[in-house]
Every structure is written in C-alpha cells, then in structure tokens.
Design a protein around this ligand. Structure first.
Ligand code: TRP
Length: 358
C-alpha cells in the first residue's frame, strides 16, 4: 500500500483575455506553489466548449493562456503545463464519474444555473456535466491540492463527493486489487482515510486578492465586461495600464489611514487592495503611508507599481506569443508527461470498474 504524494492541479479556460484579477487571484499563486509541490497547470479546452461549441480561435487562446503561465514564471520543465484535450484520460474518467455522480448533484450547481439561464432545457449536456469533468481533471492525477477562486468552491466540494462515493462504491474491489492508498487525513486529529482517490483540499484565494472592476467596485474584474477600462489585461502595455489606473472610478474623499475607513468605499477599497497585492504588503501598511492623501497622488503611485510588476510579464507574453512553435512544443511535452501519469490512473480505474483491458 502506497501513500499519495502531495500534488497540485489547476485549470484555466482558454476564453477571453487574462487580466489582473486572474494574475493576482490565481496565476501568481500557481507560481508560488511550484516551490513546495509537484504541479500540473492545464489549459482546459474541453471545458471551453461546454457553454459555446464553436470558437473563432481556440488554438490561439490556448497558446495565449500558456504564454501567460510561462511569462508569469511557471517552469514547464520542473512542472507540467499542457492542454486538456491532449490527454484522453480526462474524457474517459469524466465518463466514469458521470456514472458515479447523481443528476441532483449537478442540478444544484449555482454556476450551471447561472450559465444555463432561463432556458435550461436548451443548455448543452456538457454544461450540466462540467463539474464531473473538472473532478476528472483533478483526480486523474490524484491531486491533493487545488488552487482556485472562490467561485469554484462548490465544484471542489462536488469533486470530494465524487471521490468519496467512488472509494465507497468500489471499496471491496479497490481492496482486492491491492490499490488501497493511505489518504491524507481530513483534519490533523482524524485517522487517515483509505481509498483510491484522495479527498482533495481546495486552496481558496483570500478576500484580499479578489480584484474588482476599475469602473464599479462592487463587481468582479471580468473578461466579459463590455468596458475594457474596467480591467487591466495581461496584454496591455505600460501606457494602457497607466491610463486605466488614471481613469479608474474613485470617490471624492482622501484615503483613510486605517482599513476601517475603507468600509462603504468599494472603489477605494479595491485600488488599495490592488496596491497591497501588487506590492506584497499588508493593506494597513499602505494606508499608513497614503492615509490623508488624495487619489490624485495615490493613482500615479499605483500606476507606477502596476507597470513595474506587470510589464515584465506582459512583455514576455508578447515575446512568447510571437513564437507559437515554442509554445506548441511546451504543450506537447507537458501532454506526454501528464499522459503517462493519467494512463497509470486509468489502468487502475479500468481494473476497479471491471472493464477488460491490458
Ligand atoms: N472550472 C474552472 C474555472 O472556470 C476551471 C477548471 C477546470 C479547473 N478544471 C479544473 C480549476 C480543475 C481547477 C481544477 O475557473
């Protein structure tokens, strides 16, 4: 009986441009986790056809997310960067999980309800089964930790439910085949669980890195916002970044000197949080420095900082995007290494379920 190695998996959809929110909320975290874990970072192209089947340039979008990963500092040699559709195990395991999960579980997903809207009968079957594919992404590598945004929490809980039900439904066969694994204990004082799939831990971003729209401090920064001034894209150059910060919505008051004073001032709160996140310093420290100053003084400082942190990344992204052949080679190599891990899991799963193979 073996123990499960800690492993990180996360996925980003190849739709729309990446922006500051994706960087501070997700990608920067991916970079840090490389120091402590084996990581797989996946461009989830199979997921991107659930809401919209035909995309104008899916391959280009896939390359662009990959370029952002690499430009931000993800090392595709020490870790694995690939696109989902290259590894057939994702779809194969998702099929098994479609038969493990219950329709009721899927119907309860708030993201499905939101995306399907009023005409639920006309949503794709793939959109309903989306969380089952997401569980397959993670469990195909028996990943133990998944860094995601707050909006993915419910999908992560469902992934855990699928792992537990699979482990329970097939407990006897997993045992008989000698495939039982000691799984990391749920809580420090709990006995280690046993089964085939680990019960994955979500690593949810803190509230401080929730980046809001530059035009409306109550809305999340989003690639689907019709106003480009609402977000800083990872493709923006220094001039565009400065202009967007200058034009960001604010209120007429000076900055407070303590965090308490940001209550009820969503735009001020957002700009200060962005500054703190970019500087890697606590909000309190930023306010101690800028408290009492007007936005006319704070905004140029924020613009300078944003340009300082982001332009090396945006420039590297543009350089990488000019060489699609290199990006394709990275994805091919990552796909092969991911495929080797995936194949071993699928051999086990096929034996557990009872499919003839080998
Ligand atoms: N659903 C995630 C999102 O929209 C993307 C995703 C797909 C993912 N598979 C994953 C994230 C596996 C983490 C792990 O953000």
């Amino acid at each position: 009986m073996s123990a499960i190695t800690p492993r990180v998996f996360s996925g980003v959809q190849p739709t729309g441009n990446l922006h500051l929110g994706n960087y501070l909320g997700a990608i920067r975290r991916f970079v840090t986790l490389q120091e402590s874990h084996d990581c797989l970072y996946c461009v989830v192209d199979l997921h991107s056809i659930t809401a919209q089947l035909v995309h104008e340039d899916l391959a280009g979008q896939t390359r662009s997310i990959t370029a952002a990963f690499l430009a931000a500092g993800i090392d595709p040699k020490r870790h694995i960067v690939f696109n989902q559709s290259r590894v057939s195990g994702h779809a194969e395991l998702a099929w098994v999980f479609n038969c493990v999960a219950r329709i009721g579980w899927m119907n309860r997903m708030t993201q499905f309800k939101e995306k399907a809207g009023k005409d639920r009968e006309n949503a794709s079957l793939g959109l309903l089964a989306y969380p089952s594919l997401m569980a397959a992404d993670i469990l195909l590598y028996r990943a133990t930790h998944v860094p995601v945004g707050d909006d993915q929490k419910q999908h992560l809980e469902l992934t855990r439910d699928i792992a537990v039900k699979f482990n329970n439904d097939f407990a006897a066969r997993i045992e008989a085949l000698g495939l039982t694994t000691d799984l990391p204990a749920e809580a420090p004082d709990a006995a280690p669980a046993r089964g085939y799939f680990p019960v994955t831990q979500p690593l949810i971003e803190g509230a401080a890195t929730r980046v809001m729209s530059l035009k409306d401090g109550s809305k999340k920064m989003s690639k689907s916002d019709p106003s480009d001034l609402s977000r800083i894209n990872l493709t923006d150059d220094a001039e565009a970044i400065s202009r967007k910060v200058r034009k960001a919505k604010t209120d007429p008051d000076a900055l407070p000197s303590e965090a308490e004073g940001l209550k009820g001032r969503p735009e001020a709160d957002n700009l200060v949080s962005i500054y703190a996140a970019l500087a890697g310093r606590p909000v309190a420290e930023i306010l101690a420095e800028f408290g009492g100053q007007q936005f006319s003084a704070f905004k140029p400082a924020l613009a300078d900082l944003a340009v300082h942190v982001l332009s090396p990344i945006t420039e590297e992204m543009r350089r990488l995007e000019a060489d699609p052949g290199h990006i394709d080679a990275v994805l091919k190599d990552g796909g092969e290494r991911a495929g080797a891990i995936a194949e071993a899991t699928m051999r086990d799963v096929k034996s557990i379920v009872g499919f003839l193979h080998g």
